[in-house]
Write a protein that binds this ligand. Structure first.
Ligand code: P6P
Length: 331
């Protein structure tokens, strides 16, 4: 039983920054508190989605050509507002915006770029399935230049990354390159409290997570790998778990081990998931928790970005499971 109150995420971020950068000004912590604040607002909207009739599409379509759910729009606007007033964010890039958004007042001096998927898996909202917010924070040298130079940085350059999963509880999971830590929102006090310190992914799991409806169009190595897991000759029995919401599927993989896969398919020959605001943050977390994240052949964090909304295959999970997949894909 804790004899002192659990640590809040803001305290944790501040202490982590001070430990690593003794002269830290706290400005990075201030930036991250913009994300925690925005996600508390989003959580309150998600929790009431069925009650205030904000379900159903906003009648608009986003850059992905998908019908925007009203909550998508609300989540996106909330993040843009909460991050736009931090004073140290120069550029924001969102799944919901075709182009990056420059913060007029801080574009000159801002030292950070924040890239996010405001409400990933939003098509699941109407059926009350967990959805999530995914974010990635990059550094930039202050100064005027093409914002795409600052945005299109490889994943290994991320300063921080994380997600909030709006599930049976609301949980924030983040890393600044010093391990992965989880915080559960206590709605009674509106604070994210440390609940999962230094999350480590088991070296091998017993769950695979993939949309099996696409199996016939997966490259051969993927089909061999999945058949091997199902064969009973994999040394342990595997279960299949797939929610169709990346944050929820990865969160389970992070905590329990196993492997999440979104391979190339007939419809998405280059993969469906987005590199900059889905695969890169997830890959940073996976590696920081002792796991592996690949596009099937190379490390996700080393994929050179060429456009903001580019897609990639994503396989992330326990080291032994992912390395076996990569071996079979290479054969
Ligand atoms: P499929 C949700 O739309 C999403 O972007 C991810 O959250 C999820 O992992 C994936 O797409 C599900 O795609 O083709 O299996 O429905």
């Amino acid at each position: 039983m804790h004899n002192s109150p659990l640590m809040t995420v803001e305290q944790h971020i501040l202490e982590e920054q001070r430990r690593r950068f003794p002269r830290a000004s706290g400005e990075f912590s201030w930036l991250l508190s913009g994300i925690t604040y925005a996600t508390k607002i989003i959580a309150s909207q998600v929790r009431r989605a069925g009650l205030v009739n904000i379900l159903g599409s906003a009648g608009q379509t986003n850059v992905q050509g998908e019908t925007q759910q009203k909550l998508d729009v609300i989540a996106n606007q909330t993040l843009l507002q909460c991050l736009g007033n931090r004073g140290n964010v120069a550029i924001m890039a969102s799944e919901e915006n075709e182009e990056p958004v420059m913060v007029p007042r801080d574009f000159e001096g801002g030292k950070h770029v924040v890239i996010f998927d405001p409400l990933d898996g939003s098509s699941n909202i109407d059926v009350n399935v967990s959805v999530g917010t995914i974010f990635s924070i990059l550094g930039r040298e202050p100064g005027q230049r093409d914002p795409m130079i600052d945005v299109l940085q490889s994943g290994y350059r991320q300063q921080a990354a994380g997600y909030v999963v709006y599930g049976s509880s609301t949980m924030l999971v983040y890393t600044t390159g010093n391990g992965v830590h989880g915080f559960t929102l206590d709605p009674s006090i509106g604070a994210y409290l440390l609940s999962h310190e230094n999350i480590q992914m088991p070296p091998r799991g017993n769950t695979y997570s993939v949309n099996e409806a696409n199996t016939d169009s997966f490259p051969h190595g993927y089909r061999r790998f999945l058949a091997h897991l199902r064969s009973g000759n994999a040394g342990r029995a595997y279960s299949s778990r797939y929610i169709g919401s990346l944050v929820a599927d990865f969160h389970r993989t992070l905590l329990k081990g196993g492997i999440f896969l979104y391979p190339p398919t007939k419809q998405y020959a280059g993969g469906k998931l987005r590199l900059m605001y889905e695969a890169n943050p997830i890959a940073f977390l996976a590696e920081q928790a002792g796991g592996v994240a690949t596009d099937g052949t190379r490390r996700v964090l080393e994929i050179p970005p060429t456009s903001l909304h580019q897609r990639t295959p994503l396989i992330a999970g326990s080291r032994e499971d992912v390395e076996l997949l990569m071996k079979m894909v290479a054969e």
